[in-house]
Design a protein around this ligand. Structure first.
Ligand code: ATP
Ligand code: F6P
Length: 321
């Protein structure tokens, strides 16, 4: 193995830069030439590639976003798109590839692996929606960002005696809502894994109001579906007469400097990805389970079920009585 490429794909996540830095520095330390592929699989198909030096990744460990930029590409999902990508990999003599992204990115990696490309996936997504790893890079930072936002929203919610519904990201996975809900002392957490029980939410609000509680915080995961946070606000007003406000945290959650946890995870996983390529042990996803770094076959890692943390869900409910 002489030359490796690295790309970031899907939604960016805080810590992606730390992972790029680790791949580049560990690669160069190991005697490899490292190429940075811009804009994910799209940039790969278009040959948007440049050599990375030690200095290319200086001063980025603390920065959010991704210096390689990210993209989502439908064309890459076609046979023609993958043919283009394979061609570019040959033109640039890329012997191994590190892709940093979420489950969609890993499905793309699996396709490339089946076509004979030695590829390693590094989990960079805020959603924490992958079953084979306890944490994805970016999740910890986002939870801290959301907890900080909850604290600020709580101040004004309390002053006005309202209920605040705060929508957080996480397409099909309630982990961001769940962890930030517990850490932020939310009264209710609504996640796609459980769904919305508006009767129970209204009952809880009335009970706590009757006990003298002046305000409530409801965390609403964006992937819940049928009812929007605004519709939930209307339902609450109609059934409890409690004034509600909705805050959609949106992309504010994905920016900002990564936490120490995410920087550490990204650094360790980026280096492990390069190690596996050097050992000829490609076609894997790297991650962390029970504090230990792991590597799973891409297909197996993708098929591992993401287990919903019922215990934390119940605890959040109990502690908010
Ligand atoms: N089934 C698939 N087969 C091949 N390539 C795929 C597949 N699904 C997604 N991809 C490629 O991976 C890219 C990123 O996927 P996606 O938009 O789902 O983000 P992601 O990697 O899941 O990250 P995030 O969880 O942050 O959204 C897609 O734009 C597409 O090019
Ligand atoms: O960047 P976009 O295309 O708005 O995507 C937003 C989605 O990406 C994620 O941030 C990561 O998958 C989701 O939580 C969110 O639904």
């Amino acid at each position: 193995m002489k030359t490796i490429g690295v790309l970031t794909s899907g939604g960016d996540s805080p810590g992606m830069n730390a992972a790029i830095r680790a791949v580049v520095r560990y690669g160069i330390y190991s005697g490899l030439k490292v190429l940075g592929i811009k804009e994910g699989f799209k940039g790969l198909m278009e040959g948007k590639i440049e050599e990375m030096e030690l200095s290319s990744v200086a001063n980025i460990i603390q920065r959010g976003g991704t210096i390689l930029r990210s993209a989502r590409s439908d064309e890459f999902m076609t046979d023609r798109g993958k043919e283009k990508a394979l061609n570019i990999l040959k033109v640039f003599n890329i012997d191994g590839l590190v892709v940093i992204g979420g489950d969609g990115t890993f499905r793309g990696a699996l396709d490339l692996s089946k076509l004979g490309v030695p590829v390693i996936g590094v989990p960079g997504t805020i959603d924490n929606d992958l079953g084979y790893t306890d944490y994805t890079i970016g999740f910890d930072t986002v939870v801290n960002t959301v907890v900080d936002a909850i604290g600020k929203i709580r101040d004004t919610t309390e002053s006005h005696g309202r209920a605040s519904i705060i929508e957080v990201m996480g397409r099909r996975c309630g982990d961001i809502a769940l962890q930030s809900g517990l850490a932020g002392g939310a009264d209710s957490v609504i996640v796609p894994e459980v769904g919305l029980d508006e009767v129970n939410i209204c009952k809880k609000l009335i009970d706590s109001r009757n006990r003298g509680k002046r305000h409530s915080i409801i965390i609403f995961a964006e992937g819940v579906g049928d009812v929007t946070p605004y519709e939930l606000g209307d339902i609450i007003k109609k059934n409890t007469d409690i004034d509600t406000r909705v805050t959609i945290l949106g992309h504010l959650q994905r920016g900002g400097s990564p936490s120490a946890f995410d920087r550490t995870l990204a650094s360790r996983l980026g280096a492990k990805a390069v190690q596996l390529l050097l050992e000829g042990d490609a076609g894997k996803l790297v991650g962390r389970r029970n504090g230990v770094l792991v590597a799973e076959e891409i297909e197996i890692g993708l098929s591992m079920e993401k287990v919903f943390d019922e215990e934390t869900y119940k605890l959040t409910d109990i502690l908010s009585i």
